[in-house]
Design a protein around this ligand. Structure first.
Ligand code: ZN
Length: 308
């Protein structure tokens, strides 16, 4: 079962007891799965490839409207080709349901906005596997519905964007924490935990990788600096200056050459007496400066870069 499939199964089982929320959820399913163009003689038609959405509509219908109490036994939605279809058998009854589920965002309570979002997702939503990417979307038939839904999500501080794909308007959320918030708003708490677990593992892996990269970069830096110091010392050894070095500097030069991979701190501990990092750094810099002046002198004397 896909990640989306699991969410929908969970949402289908979410059971609200208040009539207003049930009507709001029905309104969403009708908005997203209703086939107004197929409503001959005014009989309401709900049709979707997704059985869960049609089944949920049917369940809500039975719970909300008394006359459908017995419908469950006979089963009043069926499969037509790839679509599950529910037709309300009576035009007057259809009209009564239509007016009961008519909603506007201004009059919707927070609980009903959640129910509407849940119904819309059940009917036309999907979420990518968080292991791969963070992407949640709801496919809308027209821009008006997309904007209405974006407004409802906005009331929970979820910033949904709208784009078009073929003739559809796609409402989408890309941010991991905003997807989590949407799952929370809809009441998909098991899916929320799954999503969060994956997200935490993913972020831990990323931060370990970042740390490893960072440490590798630091080691590279140390090795490059050490190599430069060794080159300078070798250059100095070929000149007269080396014989005139103070014992401290000469000792440091020998240590550097003997321990090419040692850090400044390690060189300090190898010194006698023990030196701090800055003491080691100071001596190595002095050696490099001397090598530099030696190079310049040679250049002046011979007119080329290569000391004899
Ligand atoms: Zn409500």
């Amino acid at each position: 079962m896909s990640f989306s499939g699991n969410i929908k199964e969970e949402l289908e089982r979410v059971n609200v007891s208040s009539r207003h929320c049930r009507l709001a959820e029905m309104a969403a399913i009708y908005d997203f799965c209703g086939k107004r163009t197929e409503e001959k003689d005014g009989k309401m038609v709900i049709s979707s490839e997704n059985e869960l959405a049609v089944r949920k509509y049917f369940t809500l219908l039975c719970k909300t409207f008394n006359m459908y109490k017995d419908y469950g036994e006979t089963g009043s939605y069926d499969k037509r080709g790839a679509h599950y279809t529910l037709v309300i058998g009576d035009a007057d009854e259809s009209e009564r349901i239509r007016s009961a589920i008519a909603v506007t965002s201004e009059t919707m309570r927070s609980c009903c906005r959640r129910a509407y979002i849940r119904g819309a997702f059940l009917a036309a939503g999907s979420v990518s596997d968080p292991e791969k990417s963070y992407h949640m979307e709801i496919v809308c038939q027209d821009e008006e519905r997309a904007r209405f839904l974006a407004g409802l999500l906005g009331s929970f501080d979820i910033d949904a964007k709208i784009t078009t794909r073929k003739k559809y308007h796609i409402l989408y959320v890309k941010d991991g924490s905003q997807i989590v918030e949407t799952l929370n708003v809809m009441g998909a708490h098991v899916a929320l935990m799954d999503f969060e677990n994956t997200r935490i593992l993913k972020e831990m892996r990323n931060s370990v990788n970042r740390k490893v990269n960072c440490e590798t970069a630091n080691i590279d830096k140390t090795v490059t600096a050490a190599q430069r110091q060794i080159d300078d010392i070798k250059q100095l050894m070929e000149s007269d200056r080396y014989r005139n070095l103070s014992p401290e500097l000469r000792k440091m030069a020998e240590l550097r050459i003997s321990y090419p991979e040692a850090t400044l701190k390690e060189l300090g501990q190898l010194s006698d007496p023990v030196l701090g990092k800055s003491g080691v750094n100071h001596r190595l810099r002095k050696l490099s400066q001397m090598a530099q002046s030696d190079k310049e002198e040679n250049y002046d004397k011979k007119g080329n870069h290569h000391p004899s």
